[in-house]
Design a protein around this ligand. Structure first.
Ligand SMILES: [Mn+2]
Length: 276
């Protein structure tokens, strides 16, 4: 029963977490940075930011079916149960690595954790464990591809300078992402009415990207849909570029209530937005 894992994670000691981090690292290390999704039903989940009730609700709803879960990153910072949220996902990844894919978000980065809360949560409640989390974050996959459903999944968006998506497998595994392609996969945003790539309000090396570069990327990589997260939408989702991109937000509170959504893909490839 998956609820037993929920209860186990809620009781974790510092020693349990140290053990978990030592077990997950070799599993992630041998998996590629571009995850290949199996031909099963898929559930895509957007930012959860410590809303482990949302995470548990979605896991419990689909766990007893042959669904593969694709979490799109941003598990920690900001929300009320960041530690339980990330530990639950890491625990399930170690127990059943083929059941879930945990993409890296821009909040699975040391400089961001120091600013937005996860570092303080860990230091306050558990002491010196951050290196273990940060080493693990560096091994999370940066994107996922479903060849069967022609879906590309990523936390932020398409980056400038990425021609073929399997080039993602050659990116370095960096604790603090410096490679411009890695950085942009985690940080970029689509913008209607824009052409090409332009500077982003998010600063740094983040970019906004337009319909033209999105269409070109999808055509040369044989993609029908890009699923991403990274932006707050109060109905839990937003479509960009005539439905070429679906943005998901799956936590239920973020500076006010959110009607969080996840995306379920059934075996025929039909899409269904599921409330949390
Ligand atoms: Mn984000």
């Amino acid at each position: 029963m998956i609820t037993e894992t929920f209860e186990e994670v809620a009781q974790f000691s510092k020693e349990d977490i140290n053990s978990l981090l030592s077990h997950i690292l070799p599993i992630l290390h041998k998996e590629p940075l571009l995850a290949s999704l199996p031909k099963t039903p898929l559930l895509f989940v957007g930012d959860t930011h410590g809303d482990w009730e949302a995470t548990k609700t979605l896991l419990a709803r689909y766990w007893d079916s042959p669904t593969t879960f694709v979490f799109l990153g941003d598990y920690v910072d900001r929300g009320p149960h960041q530690i339980e949220n990330i530990n639950l996902l890491f625990k399930l990844k170690t127990k059943t690595p083929n059941r879930l894919v945990l993409l890296r978000g821009n909040h699975e980065i040391p400089s961001i954790n120091r600013y937005y809360g996860f570092y303080d949560e860990i230091q306050t409640h558990l002491g010196n464990l951050m290196k273990g989390y940060w080493d693990t974050f560096a091994h999370l996959p940066l994107a996922a591809i479903s060849q069967d459903f022609k879906i590309f999944a990523v936390h932020g968006g398409i980056p400038e300078g990425l021609d073929q998506i399997d080039e993602i497998n050659h990116l370095p595994r960096e604790v603090e992402p410096e490679h411009p392609v890695t950085f942009q996969l985690l940080w970029n945003d689509p913008k209607e009415t824009l052409k090409g790539f332009t500077a982003s309000m998010r600063g740094g090396r983040a970019r906004n990207f337009g319909l033209d570069v999105t269409t070109a990327f999808m055509n040369r990589n044989n993609i029908d849909l890009i699923v991403r997260a990274h932006e707050v939408f109060h109905h839990g989702f937003h479509e960009f570029f005539d439905g070429r991109i679906l943005s998901l937000f799956s936590c239920r509170n973020y500076q006010g209530p959110i009607a969080g959504k996840a995306l379920y893909i059934n075996p025929n490839g039909d899409r269904e937005l599921t409330p949390i």
